[in-house]
Design a protein around this ligand. Structure first.
Ligand code: SDX
Length: 364
């Protein structure tokens, strides 16, 4: 029986949350190009309720999210102990996500509180790793402004907050990508939200998925610091049978619509923060990958430079992806739970058959 590698092209279920049909990304029917100008809170509400909120609803929702961006004392103690470990931040997030829900929380926390906890946990890990003091939310700021403030210690300008809102919106959801489908499988067993998110964090860490953004910046650093020709770098990687991180996609064969928007943001931030050399390297790499392999940048490519321009360390880039994608993971967990159906596909056995165990003697 022919089963496509990696389930490529196989429709395994229906969803009302997002679509990449025709290589156009839409959230509940709205084009991502239009939602890029919405507020992050509006898009979270849209993904969770498949409709945009009213004026009043958005004010209540924003207050609910910001007011719950608080870490319980026991979580702070845990983070102060594990976050300084030499482990990778995504391993720390995996550990803390599984422990975010105390016995009582696990069955009672709802998505707004869980998203708020994930955002403040990611910000706290970043601060602890940078040996900076933990900060508390500013009730006068929205979710994105607070997330930036809690991570960097600086209240963002309106322009920077707008750009970062767009970055978070573009990362919020993407159909049945590997980490989201992982969350759905765990959700189908009726495991708690924190177990679903922990499984998704594990899947996102891989370099073929969310882990690519960190490796893109490692690549830019290597090219810049060693003064390499981007084209020669690519040829050398290909010779070593290595993938060029940040390029290619299972769905988008003629360009990731998110990358087009992220490229504009990366260019603006690079110019403002003295990082134009990296942006030029990215331009040369993208031109060569297109001409040589017909491969286009994906969502991780320009995001890596954006996060660097914010002054963040490359090792926390994937954790930032996880923070934004928690929105989509929760949307899909809710949708899967409502389906009330265990995900358990079949497999075709192709191993040896007709074998018999004859006791502890030497098998024939
Ligand atoms: C994300 O699924 C999602 O939606 C994920 C995501 C999301 O929002 O959740 O979009 C986020 O994970 C983006 C992808 C980040 N990963 C990378 O940048 C890693 C580098 N990319 C490749 O590993 C690859 O492109 C994949 C895994 C992302 C997709 O591979 P597919 O599904 O095989 O499809 P493709 O058309 O991109 O690749 C076909 C062939 C490859 O064949 P294989 O070796 O995989 O059998 O093209 C070549 C390769 O031969 N190729 C590359 C390449 N990408 C594809 N060769 C070198 N470098 C690359 N980056």
């Amino acid at each position: 029986m022919e089963c496509p590698r990696g389930l490529a092209g196989v429709v395994v279920d229906q969803t009302k949350i997002s679509s990449t049909a025709g290589a156009h990304l839409t959230y509940a029917g709205y084009p991502i190009e239009e939602l890029a100008h919405a507020s992050f809170e509006e898009v979270v509400f849209l993904l969770w309720h498949t409709r945009l909120p009213s004026e009043n609803e958005i004010a209540v929702f924003r207050h609910q999210l910001v007011s719950q961006m608080v870490l319980p004392a026991e979580t702070v103690r845990l983070l102060l102990y594990v976050a300084k470990e030499p482990q990778h931040p995504m391993s720390i997030l995996r550990t803390t996500t599984s422990l975010l829900g105390t016995t009582n929380d696990v069955d009672h926390d709802e998505p707004p509180k869980i998203l708020a906890k994930m955002l403040i946990t990611v910000a706290a890990i970043i601060r602890i790793r940078a040996n900076e003091p933990l900060l508390e939310v500013d009730p006068h700021l929205g979710v994105v402004e607070n997330f930036l403030y809690l991570m960097t210690g600086k209240r963002p300008s309106k322009e920077l907050a707008r750009m970062f809102s767009t970055v978070m919106i573009l990362h919020a959801d993407h159909e049945f990508n590997a980490s989201t489908f992982t969350a759905r499988v765990v959700a189908s067993t009726f495991a708690d939200y924190y177990s679903c998110l922990t499984a998704a964090v594990c899947a996102l860490k891989g370099p073929l998925h969310g882990g690519a953004n960190e490796r893109v910046f490692e690549m830019l650093l290597e090219i810049k610091e060693q003064g390499l020709d981007p084209r020669e770098f690519v040829e050398d990687q290909v010779k070593q049978k290595r993938k060029i991180m940040g390029f290619g996609h299972r769905i988008y064969k003629n360009g990731d619509p998110r990358a087009a928007i992220l490229k504009q943001i990366a260019g603006k931030l690079a110019a403002k923060t003295g990082n134009s050399e990296y942006f030029e390297i990215q331009r040369q790499l993208a031109d060569y990958m297109l001409q040589r392999f017909n491969l286009h940048p994906n969502v991780d490519y320009y995001t890596s430079l954006i996060y660097h321009c914010l002054g963040l360390d490359k090792e926390v880039f994937t954790m930032l992806f996880a923070a934004c994608r928690t929105v989509g993971w929760l949307a899909h967990v809710m949708e899967q739970r409502n389906e009330n159906c265990l995900i358990r596909p079949n497999s075709e056995y192709v191993g040896p058959t007709d074998r018999h165990y004859l006791g502890e003697q030497i098998q024939k």
